[in-house]
Design a binder for this molecule. Structure first.
Ligand code: GLU
Length: 260
């Protein structure tokens, strides 16, 4: 019996092993092409980079337009994209856990973050600052000693602002919606983050202004997973950013979204 079945067994194993061998490993770029969709982590409360348009309920903004151009360059259609809202606190974990292909979310390229993820070339340079009431008691950074500064957890401001203003009391929020609500309800004397995000707040709330000068330079990069598996994707993202710089699209986005 066994002798009779042995050749069939060998044939079955040969077919099985051949089919295993044919199953090729797809790198991250190839997976996106096969899926025919780019999955991107973006902000949903950081006007004008990533926020909800209240008329359409779509997430729109400067970062969203960058993500759409990357989708267009890889897949030939800017609408072949799925946007997943992220916060400063969860954006790196959302990327490393594989829930998104890339993160385009006002994320500064820092040495600390580079230990965990890779970044594209910078596509925008913001700078850390603070928003205050235009006619309030605080008119300079030194006025913020012994005052309450509101920040979002996971941002560079949350770690840095205490170094600039050691005497301040720092209050952390999970996201910008909570922070700006609190700020408007006068639960703090200043809100600290990038001037580019504060500009979005001031656009809607003209009673506030942004302090000068910028305290830091914050180069925004597209977050990509580390490793050889993401090398082709990183190359593609960098090519898009470089093309957007040379063909004037980045400058056009600054005009479109009123980023200063
Ligand atoms: N760009 C800064 C950061 O990466 C702050 C802005 C933000 O992402 O909320 O932490």
């Amino acid at each position: 019996m066994f002798r009779k079945l042995f050749p069939i067994f060998i044939l079955f194993m040969a077919v099985f092993l051949c089919s295993c061998g044919k199953e090729k490993h797809l790198n991250q770029f190839e997976k996106i092409v096969e899926r025919d969709k780019l999955i991107v982590g973006v902000k949903s409360d950081s006007k004008p980079f990533g926020y909800i348009d209240m008329n359409t309920l779509d997430i729109v903004g400067f970062d969203v337009d960058i993500a759409k151009r990357i989708a267009k360059d890889i897949l030939g259609d800017e609408n072949k994209i799925q946007l997943i809202p992220v916060t400063p606190e969860n954006r790196i974990e959302t990327l490393t856990s594989g829930k998104v292909d890339i993160v385009v979310a006002t994320m500064s390229i820092t040495k600390q973050r580079q230990e965990v993820i890779d970044f594209s070339e910078p596509y925008y340079f913001a700078g850390q600052s603070a928003a205050v009431l235009s006619n309030g008691k605080v008119q300079s950074y030194s006025d913020l000693n012994n005052k309450k500064i509101l920040v979002v957890l996971g941002t560079t401001a949350a770690t840095d602002i205490k170094k600039t203003i050691p005497g301040a009391f720092i209050i952390g929020y999970k996201n910008y919606t909570e922070l700006f609500d609190s700020f408007k309800n006068l639960r703090g004397d200043a809100a600290a983050t990038d001037d580019a995000i504060l500009a979005g707040f001031v656009m809607d709330n003209p009673d506030y202004k942004i302090l000068n000068p910028r305290l830091t330079i914050e180069p925004y990069g597209v977050g990509i997973r580390k490793g050889q598996d993401s090398a082709a994707l990183k190359y593609a993202v960098n090519r898009t950013i470089s093309n957007m710089k040379s063909d004037g699209s980045i400058n056009a986005l600054k005009q479109k979204w009123f980023v200063y």
